[in-house]
Design a protein around this ligand. Structure first.
Ligand code: ADP
Ligand code: MG
Length: 344
């Protein structure tokens, strides 16, 4: 057990939510060096606090679940995710945001976007990360209709499982793994938007109207246990969805399917039909997918109805590594049509 400079007690600096009162902390850096505990508490939050005025904002790149992302400059090109918040009146919402930041700053992996800092003074809350070059897998697959060779597909999936395996090893559940959150930079996979769930909750709260609104393309990443807990008048802050490591694995299965087939599972079906099928344990048929048994097995394992039956990312990575390497891109058993290649 350690006692921090500001008097809070923690048992495990890595697991225990950090104190998040960076602004009013009276502790100076000098004081901290003399103390035996890790620099993991309130003090180090300040290192990640970027004054909003220091950011040069550029064009908006797009708007997602929880705000608008801008191109920007802060010691170089950055992406600035500004939270869309009409109200921020209680301490709890700010603490939630700071907990997300605390999670984010613990990540260092070549397949994860680089977290640079955050603006933590309400009402201007923003997250600053490196600017990803290249396109998302979503754009490659669904917009440009790029086709990847089997070797490339396996390499992308291995990199995703490596980045995700790292997150899980650190106790972080992504909760929003999808091709829109995976960039491809010169053949390297970069995963974004992990561990931002408190933020998502905040923004749900700001929604007007009721009824369950399902962003397009979101449903097919949701595991049966999540689909079954969706309610017509879902209020995520009242009734948290049961995200977990196995629900990330389920989402990975869908990404693997998109890579192989160039489309989403349950393509063209209305949300109600997808909810009903997934909730009952039915899966997208693989009858038309020309791929080897091993390749299809990965899909079936990731989409297992029972969370406990899904593999973990370490196991998935090993399986993906073992997929036979094909020298000829156009071998007859090649699962994908190679009209256009996205090899880089
Ligand atoms: P979504 O992930 O659902 O597309 P986001 O709010 O995460 O929604 O992103 C909005 C837009 O900003 C998207 O076009 C996304 O590709 C882009 N974007 C988000 N983060 C980055 C980043 N780090 N680098 C470059 N573009 C980004
Ligand atoms: Mg995103």
């Amino acid at each position: 057990r350690t006692v921090s400079a500001s008097g809070s007690v923690s048992t495990d600096s890595d697991r225990t939510p950090v104190r998040v009162d960076s602004q009013d902390s009276q502790v100076s850096d000098g004081e901290a060096v003399d103390r035996p505990w890790p620099r993991q508490n309130s003090l180090s939050m300040r290192e990640w606090d970027i004054p909003f005025d220091e950011l040069r904002m550029g064009d908006a790149l797009g708007t997602g679940h929880f705000g608008t992302v801008y191109r920007g400059n802060w010691h170089g090109d950055v992406a600035i995710k500004v939270l869309n918040m009409n109200y921020l009146d209680d301490e709890k919402t700010l603490e939630g945001f700071k907990l997300d930041v605390a999670t984010f700053r613990k990540t260092r992996h070549e397949n994860l976007v680089l977290f640079m800092g955050a603006c933590m003074k309400p009402p201007r809350l923003a997250i600053v990360t490196s600017m990803c070059k290249g396109y998302t897998l979503y754009t490659h697959i669904h917009v440009y209709k790029d086709k990847f060779t089997m070797n490339k597909t396996a390499s992308l999936a291995q990199q995703i499982s490596q980045g995700m395996g790292y997150l899980h090893a650190r106790g972080i559940v992504h909760k929003d793994l999808k091709t829109k959150n995976i960039f491809l930079e010169n053949g390297k996979v970069v995963i974004t938007d992990f561990g931002l769930f408190n933020v998502t909750k905040l923004c749900f709260r700001n929604r007007k109207g009721d009824g369950l609104s399902i962003p397009p393309g979101w449903l097919c990443y949701l595991a049966p246990e999540i689909v079954r807990s969706l309610r017509a008048h879902q209020k995520p802050e009242d009734d948290d969805l049961p995200f977990s490591k196995p629900t990330d694995i389920y989402a990975f299965g869908t990404v693997w399917y998109e890579l192989l087939c160039g489309e989403w599972p349950f393509k063209g079906q209305p949300p109600e039909a997808i909810i009903w099928q997934v909730g009952k344990g039915m899966k997208q048929t693989l009858a038309n997918l020309q791929a080897s048994r091993d390749v299809k097995d990965i899909l079936m394992m990731c989409w297992s109805y029972r969370a406990a039956d899904r593999p973990d990312f370490v196991c998935l990575h090993k399986t993906l590594e073992k997929l036979p390497k094909k020298r000829l891109a156009r071998s007859p058993s090649h699962p994908i049509h190679l009209s256009r290649s996205a090899e880089s």
